[in-house]
Ligand binder design. Sequence first.
Ligand SMILES: Nc1ccn([C@@H]2O[C@H](COP(=O)(O)O)[C@@H](O)[C@H]2O)c(=O)n1
Ligand code: ZN
Ligand code: ZN
Length: 626
Amino acid sequence: MFEAGIYRKLVLVFLAIVAVVQVLKLYHIFAVRSQPPAGAIRDLTWGDINFLHTTDTHGWYSGHLNQKSYNANWGDFISFATRLKQIAAANGQDLLLVDSGDRHDGNGLSDITIPNGIASTPIFIQQDYDILTIGNHELYVWENSVQEYETVVPHFKEKYVCSNVEFKLPNGTFVPFGQKYRFFQTPNQKLNVLTFGFLFDFNRNNDGTKVTSIKDVVDNESWFQEALESHPPEKVDLIVVVGHVPISHKWPELFYLHEKLREKYPETKIQYFGGHSHIRDFTVFDEKSTALQSGRYCETVGWASINMKDDNVRNIRERYSRSYIDFNLNSFLHHANFTDNKDQFDTEKGLEVSTLIKKTRKKLELNRPLGYVNDNYYVDYVPVWDKKNIFNLLTTKILTTLQPENSNITVAEERIIIINTGSIRYDLYKGPYTIDTQYIVSPFENQWHKLSLPKSVAVKVGRKLNENSYILANTEQGMKQIDNRQLAPPHQLLMPYEELLSMEKRQDIFKYPIALNNDDKIAIESKHRAKLPKGYVTYDDFGHDGDDTPHKAVVNYPVPNVVESKQLNKSTSGDTIIDLVFYDFITPNILWALKELNYHITESSEFYSNQYLGLLMNEYVKESGI
Ligand SMILES: Nc1ccn([C@@H]2O[C@H](COP(=O)(O)O)[C@@H](O)[C@H]2O)c(=O)n1
Ligand SMILES: [Zn+2]
Ligand SMILES: [Zn+2]
């Protein structure tokens, strides 16, 4: 009896141990599985000279609060850059930080203040940039240009390089933002770098600023010729062009500049940095020149490196490298070699800036909920007609709530409201809707205008505007459609590098599918097995191994230039006069479309309402949730 009791107890203890071991095993398996797969992050390739590049940050300095892949904030980025500069110095290499502009419009932190940027600019300038330039979002509104001229330029001094945009002083003279060009030596290797900064041919700038096209500068401005003359090739190791210009092969501006630079510098290495079209991209200009574009909204830190030595024995892939670093702490720790001592990663300044961000967000009450979003609404992960598409939500539910505010106009029974899709900047995610959300989705405080038009004409305007691959030359709208490599399925883009070097053949990448080789198939299959996070899978001139974190590709559906909310009565005739309502920002496009449709308007558009999209969304979410 006694013995049997002990025996039973021993069995029970044994079973308990087995159970605990099993639980621990399961826990271990779970823990391991919930980590990114081992070796998931692709290492950076260092060269003699290395660059970290940002562009189109649009005020996202708090990081993406509800997206793990982009969870680092500006303070983390400052620590990261400092750690990489330390690595560079220790190895006798150089690391330069570059920014390509567009620092406003897209986030509560930058846009809730009047003027916008007052709270976010002091945060942005804490990063120790070596070269930076201006974007179009620093030029829409006069107050933003003043801020750039009076705060950002004096802070960075000669590091602010701007070759084709000028600021009007009170006495009427135009002066450059910063310097038109800069010649300097890198800190560690004393390499001689000649730098220019260019904005694309932008014409919606405020009257207190002037933009000269790249072509005009290169062809006609004497300072540019003099800059080249006074820096002969033998005295220049590297030319760096920081641009708020897309680097795509289909965007001619930088290629025009490149042709002119090559006339004077046939052998010099030239590195371009681009922006504006919000994509990850890397372009080979020629054997000794490449361009990097680093996405948008603090989702990406771009990396480029160049080997300056042994020039004749290296091919271009050995000379240049590029990476797109996901803007998250995991990636930063990995590349800075701090994964095993995370608690030592932050620098004092990095921590200070993180604290400043927290305090600023609190002061601005950016986290205060206004309502609740019950589902995700996407810009392009689903087609525009899908009920989870944000344009569908806006055109069917939110734009219908727009009320005219001008009592001096006649309001028709029927109307079409047109919005430029570029005015919607980001997905709307399930969860609390805060004032931050408003600026993230639609930051622009544009006015609504209206034209009275026969219905038969009004219904054709949207279609006309969408006929073009991008809205015509009189705005800068719609660049994203120009470069669709980011959207291409994997099988379209593998091509031996030699073939990429010929411009004619380069076009083939986009025209003809190319068979995957076995290694790629295996890589893609194993990615699927590993349940990778969804995100960017970038196809560029070097292939598709640039993203530091392998992602499961998301499908991006085409987005038209404009979408419409049609509030029409089927039984009225085409001659019925209706209201065509649109953002004043796209007035030139509307007028262009009407001209194309051979409709001559006799009156100019009238003010309709100040209730811009952000306000309409706020009201809607407060009333009923989305
Ligand atoms: N008042 C405004 C200003 C701009 N937009 C939209 O933004 C686009 C430009 O943004 P980037 O970041 O690409 O420079 C522009 O094409 C417009 O679509 C707007 O809607 N209202
Ligand atoms: Zn931008
Ligand atoms: Zn831009």
